[in-house]
Design a binder for this molecule. Structure first.
Ligand code: TYD
Length: 211
């Protein structure tokens, strides 16, 4: 059994990752490729329970280090119980956010070092990395308009942080992608979803050839 491919979408709030993940799953299914679409934080019952702890707006919130540990714990359960077994079974896994979100949010924007975030990932998830990470980038105005239309004024604890935090997230994503050009493809998410999806398919073809 050939191991499946692991594809992650990354980017800030309102970048259109979930739409692209859904379109990609449809396209793969049409080509006869079995795939699983999942998200972080979440994807398994345990990780969804941690998601509620992380994103709920009650209480005083988490220190960046506690936040990073909780994301790593959720990811560990997700990798152990869902992502790993699906890949082993030959399925392709499409994940809406993965470890690079922790590197950008808890690392670049939250102040943890990249080495610490990667250490947590090594312990929690044996350092598993996607075969391809699609970083969907949008201009701040576009992202805010989409996120507020979607959330209708009720953003979660992290989404609701100020513009400076989200600017640090975007800058960190860009730095991480530049440092690993073999794993990353940067996608211009400012266009309509059909055009963006064309670029997503183009990135898959250059990474994996015809599929
Ligand atoms: P979600 O509603 O899934 O975000 P979006 O639809 O914008 O992708 O909420 C996930 C939030 O958690 C989002 O603000 C990003 C944040 N996050 C981290 O801070 N670190 C992480 O490792 C992950 C996976 C997400």
């Amino acid at each position: 059994m050939t191991r499946g491919k692991f594809i992650a979408f990354e980017g800030g709030e309102g970048a259109g990752k979930s739409t692209q993940a859904r379109l990609l799953a449809q396209a793969l299914t049409e080509r006869g490729i079995e795939c699983v679409v999942t998200r972080e934080p979440g994807g398994t019952p345990g990780a969804e329970a941690i998601r509620t702890l992380l994103l709920g707006t009650e209480g005083e919130g988490w220190h960046p280090r506690a936040e990073a540990l909780l994301f790593a714990a959720a990811r560990s359960d997700h990798v152990e119980r869902l992502i790993g077994p699906a890949l082993e079974a030959g399925k392709w896994v499409i994940c809406d956010r993965f470890v690079d979100s922790s590197r950008a949010y808890q690392g670049g924007a939250g102040g943890l070092s990249d080495a610490d975030v990667l250490d947590l990932h090594r312990v929690g998830s044996q350092g598993l990395l996607p075969d391809l990470t699609l970083l969907v980038e949008v201009r701040p105005g576009v992202a805010e308009a989409r996120a507020s239309a979607r959330d209708q004024g009720s953003s979660d604890r992290i989404g609701g942080r100020d513009a400076a935090y989200h600017a640090r997230v975007a800058a960190a994503f860009a730095r991480i992608a530049e440092a690993e050009p073999g794993r990353f493809a940067r996608i211009d998410g400012n266009n309509n979803s059909e055009r963006v999806f064309g670029d997503v398919l183009g990135a898959l073809q250059s990474r994996f050839g015809a599929f």
